[in-house]
Design a binder for this molecule. Structure first.
Ligand code: ZN
Ligand code: ZN
Length: 417
């Protein structure tokens, strides 16, 4: 059976196109090319890793279910499905809440929050390291006897439900906002304003938040500033996935006391050992001085990068379709190649001085990989189109650079005197 995500992707893309059309008509720009590419790249990367990691997570679940389930529940009962969905959503609430309240879990979840925009593409911004500890929170379902098939399907329903709530184009929905996770209450969840922090964790039901005291309604007339405190300042998908782990590792190395080294992992994000904070101070956070990370990107390069992303989406869907029949080595090589292309693409959207060289290397690696692989037919066609696009934009960029109009600027360059 094909991975169900493959069927969901065209629906995601169509809904994003519809949202884009609505925002254009309303004159409220909420899509930026570089941010959208970053979010979709993170979604792809998370699926590339999940192709391997979810097998391990599901394997553990199945083992526990086989050997420790208290009573076996039948997969052909509607009550089991409804109960499992509710129970899954309850476990999700706690996983998500701990994902905001415990450093080592925040390190995995932060990816979903580092976009400074809020639109349907933000929903696809998913962690690549979530399977490290996420499986722990669903073991109660295995112990209760929920069969693995039911667990996988209700998990998918819970995840897919959350796609549509990532939009600014749907306002308040009255009673719905107080029962279900909705665009209004999930906007609050993505805010970095004081009143938004650590609120509204529910996946399908927001009732859990009302039950456990973490619910906050969206405030009329108070603009939400999206993103995280401690700005990422990068579109690199690897950095987005690893930056909090790196921060924790730095503090573990810097702090002297053994108990503090352990506490770094389990404390609330924001807590740091005093000696580590003194040795590597962070700039004070000030919402009034917040500026979105938006390095200038010529529109033509943004369009080119979007086209390249479309090519990588096509290859990612192909990867998901064939990975079950590939050996581990070939699967990892295929995933690694797409991942490397995504990282290179992020350099392009950051409009680094090396953008042109990186683009040439990316193009050469893509041609070489398809030439060496046993793939025939459509991959060549897609690659030919992508190469054509690369060639056109490279010529455009070179000419623009000759005119001195669009030279990539080093972000750290001192201002002209
Ligand atoms: Zn969250
Ligand atoms: Zn979200």
């Amino acid at each position: 059976m094909l991975d169900p995500i493959i069927y969901a992707v065209p629906v995601f893309l169509a809904m994003m196109a519809a949202e884009y059309a609505v925002e254009r008509r309303r004159g409220e720009p909420v899509y930026r090319a570089a941010d959208t590419i970053s979010s979709l790249s993170l979604g792809i990367l998370s699926q590339l890793v999940a192709a391997f990691s979810k097998l391990a997570a599901l394997g553990i679940y199945t083992l526990v279910w086989q050997h420790a389930a208290i009573w076996p529940l039948p997969a052909d009962s509607a009550w089991v499905w409804v109960g499992a969905l509710l129970a899954y959503d309850f476990c999700y609430y706690w996983l998500h809440r701990m994902g905001h309240e415990v450093n080592i879990l925040w390190a995995a979840h932060v990816v979903h929050h580092s976009s400074e925009e809020y639109n349907l593409s933000t929903a696809l911004r998913q962690t690549a390291t979530g399977h490290l500890f996420g499986w722990l929170f669903y073991l109660p379902l295995a112990l209760a006897g929920v069969p693995p098939l039911v667990f996988v399907v209700v998990g998918l329903i819970d995840l897919l439900y959350q796609f549509w709530v990532h939009t600014r184009q749907v306002g308040k929905l009255g009673w719905f906002d107080r029962v279900f996770c909705s665009p209004s209450n999930h906007r609050v969840h993505h805010g970095q304003n004081d009143w938004c922090l650590d609120r509204n964790y529910g996946g399908i039901l927001i009732l859990w938040d009302r039950l456990f005291g973490t619910f906050t309604e969206e405030r009329d007339g108070e603009a939400i500033v999206y993103g995280i405190r401690g700005q990422l300042g990068s579109f690199d998908p690897l950095r987005a996935n690893l930056h909090v782990y790196a921060d924790l590792w730095r503090d573990i190395r810097l702090t002297r006391r053994g108990s503090d080294k352990l506490r770094v992992l389990f404390a609330h994000p924001g807590w740091r050992p005093a000696d580590a904070a003194a040795a590597a101070p962070k700039p004070a956070w000030d919402l009034s001085r917040f500026e979105r990370y938006a390095p200038p990107l010529p529109a033509a390069w943004g369009l080119h990068a979007l086209l390249q992303l479309a090519v990588l989406i096509a290859f990612s869907l192909h990867f998901l379709a064939v990975v079950p029949s590939l050996g581990l080595g070939a699967g990892l090589a295929y995933a690694g190649l797409i991942g490397a292309q995504l990282v290179a693409l992020s350099r392009l959207t950051e409009w680094r001085p090396a953008a042109l060289r990186i683009e040439a290397a990316r193009w050469a690696a893509g041609v070489l990989a398809v030439a060496l692989s046993p793939l025939h037919g459509w991959p060549w066609l897609v690659l030919a189109l992508a190469s054509g696009s690369s060639a056109v934009w490279a010529v455009w960029a070179l000419r623009a650079m000759q005119r001195g109009a669009a030279l990539p600027v080093r972000r750290s360059a001192p201002p002209a005197a």
